[in-house]
Design a protein around this ligand. Structure first.
Ligand code: FAD
Length: 523
């Protein structure tokens, strides 16, 4: 295969590291995959662009950051934690949980930190992936598993004048890159966005700040959520009384699946949730005009349903102003809205979400014959077989890949299904005495046709909103189309008939197969 000159230069400065499986990322996905491969005795290396594990739960340290699916469900099924302090845990506890899992399984010695993967190509002769980090290190692997996550590249809309605002000394940062050196006490703070992060931030900071402007484009449906600490007796019970924690997890699972049923099969049922959401507004917000601004005009569930017992109280605080006019531009002093009003702000928080539908463009992947995956996905739309493997892209697995995120339950459940599936696929290659497998075009296409057909009737496609679940053509490339147990069924068994296998038998190893070089143990 032809090697570009800059690639050759990079390759010559560092000795390539050879491994059987290369995992990218150390969030729930990457860590879970590593544990499964370790259990199965498959050699692997993990590359992580940051200096610590944790993904979402390392990066998001904003005030009030918490999960929105109860922790007894939003955690690994094989690593339960009976003593979660809250039903919806706050970031520090989830981050600690992931660090605890990492250490328990001794995963740090497989992780190379500060290693940002920016490209990979498949070598048709060697039947191996060559993966490169931004700093020029090369890794050669039979299998690549991407656990890069869907919500980790902060999205800050391009606003005119933002540089001018910053140059004049205004602080401005994204919720996932919270600048803890900025003291908000007494300051005029602008929060832009009213999604999942904003509704957690607003009530946490409103008492400290001097004034809070909340820039709302579309209101969210926000359901009540009493998140008091779980009493000690209950934590003791989950720890000591067999079956009680499992019962709690089971209950949480099925309540969320019921919501999933409404979202995917009977969106009309979500009107019940709307009544609850309206009651949540009424009980905290007395001002009629303000209430009117807060009521969404789309079916609940079309955008992510949020939960909070404190958000509307934060909004009702006299220090808060809800601004619904669009932002026209920034100035040296603050923000000008479409109606020409300028509001001065000392600090701006972008709670504006993440690059989701275009996140695939951040790693340059070239498959057999040099086919560019980013080009293919840009042309055809992002899709995968069962959200995990890509037609004609050998030995490449995506965790939380296309159409496997959720609007109603814990994605860790999905990740675990995908981990099992990928591990089964790796075992199938070995069993077949082959070197590689890739789904056939026909299998991938017919799977995705059916999936898009099922999505057509869901609340995400019919609910009257424009959400980050949809790509620029209005096609849902993000969410799974049904309930999570259906996904579990769809991935429970690896179907070899959907794949083609190729390469010489495993008894004819290529040059690197037997090389056992691992990243030097760290920590
Ligand atoms: C504030 C917040 C709250 C959330 N709450 C919930 C919830 O309650 N329930 C739920 O189901 N989901 C929730 N999510 C979604 C959440 O992202 C997933 O649940 C889960 O954490 C994803 O895990 P992951 O390992 O796939 O990705 P991530 O946690 O994003 O981890 C990806 C890792 O890959 C690394 N990485 C990325 N690109 C590269 C590269 N090119 N090279 C090397 N390393 C790379 C990143 O640094 C990161 O460590 C939430 C998301 C956010 C932002």
């Amino acid at each position: 295969m032809t090697v570009a000159p800059e690639q050759a230069a990079e390759s010559s400065t560092h000795k390539p590291v050879h491994t059987r499986a290369l995992i990218i990322g150390t969030g729930f996905s990457g860590l879970g995959m590593a544990i499964e491969l370790q259990r199965r005795g498959v050699e692997f290396v993990i590359l992580e662009k940051a200096a610590e594990i944790g993904g979402t739960w390392r990066d998001n340290t904003y005030p009030g950051c918490a999960c929105d699916i109860p922790s007894h469900m939003y955690s690994f099924s094989f690593e339960p934690k009976p003593d979660w302090q809250h039903m919806w845990s706050f970031q520090p506890e989830i981050f600690d949980y992931l660090k605890g899992v990492t250490d328990k399984y001794g995963l740090r010695r497989y992780i190379q930190f500060n290693s940002h993967v920016d490209r990979a190509h498949w070598d048709d002769d060697e039947l191996r992936w060559h993966v490169f980090t931004k700093d020029g290190h090369e890794f050669v692997a039979q299998f690549v598993v991407s656990g890069v996550g869907g919500l980790h590249i902060p999205l800050i809309p391009e606003f005119d004048g933002l540089d001018e605002y910053r140059d004049a000394g205004g602080a401005a940062f994204h919720s996932a890159q919270w600048d803890h050196s900025v003291d908000l006490s007494g300051k005029r703070v602008a929060v832009i966005g009213t999604g999942a992060s904003a509704i957690q931030i607003v009530p946490e900071i409103v008492n400290d700040v001097g004034a809070l402007q909340l820039y709302q484009r579309t209101p969210a449906w926000v359901m009540p959520r009493p998140n008091n600490p779980i009493p000690e007796w209950m934590r003791d019970m989950f720890t000591n009384v067999p079956g009680t924690r499992e019962l709690m997890r089971w209950g949480i699972y099925w309540i969320h699946e019921a919501v999933g049923f409404a979202m995917t099969r009977q969106p009309r049922l979500l009107k019940i949730g709307e009544l609850l959401g309206k009651w949540n507004i009424r009980r905290s917000v007395k001002d009629r005009e303000l209430r009117r601004k807060l009521i969404p005009h789309y079916r609940a569930g079309c955008k992510r349903i949020l939960n909070s017992d404190t958000y509307y109280q934060g909004i009702a605080n006299p220090k808060t102003e809800v601004v619904t006019d669009g932002i026209a531009r920034f100035t040296a002093r603050g923000i000008v809205t479409a109606d020409g009003t300028e509001r001065e702000a000392d600090v701006v928080v972008f709670a504006t979400g993440f690059h989701v539908t275009d996140s695939y463009t951040y790693v340059d992947i070239k498959g057999p014959g040099g086919e560019d995956l980013v080009d293919r996905w840009t042309r055809e739309g992002v899709s995968a077989l069962r959200g995990i493997t890509i037609a004609d892209m050998p030995n490449l697995f995506f965790l939380l890949g296309p159409n496997t995120a959720l609007g109603h339950n814990s994605v860790v459940f999905m990740i675990e299904s995908q981990i099992r599936y990928a591990a089964q696929a790796i075992a199938a290659v070995d069993r077949a005495g082959a070197q590689a497998l890739a789904p056939t075009r026909a299998a991938a296409d017919s799977y995705n046709e059916e999936l898009q057909g099922e999505l057509a009737g869901t609340v995400w496609n019919t609910g009257g909103c424009r959400s980050w679940y949809l790509d620029e053509h209005g096609v849902n490339r993000t969410l799974w189309s049904g309930m999570t147990w259906q996904y579990w069924m769809a991935t429970r068994k690896f179907r070899a008939s959907e794949y083609k296998f190729f390469g010489p038998g495993r008894d004819t190893p290529t040059q690197d197969v037997a090389v056992t070089t691992l990243v030097a143990p760290q920590g």
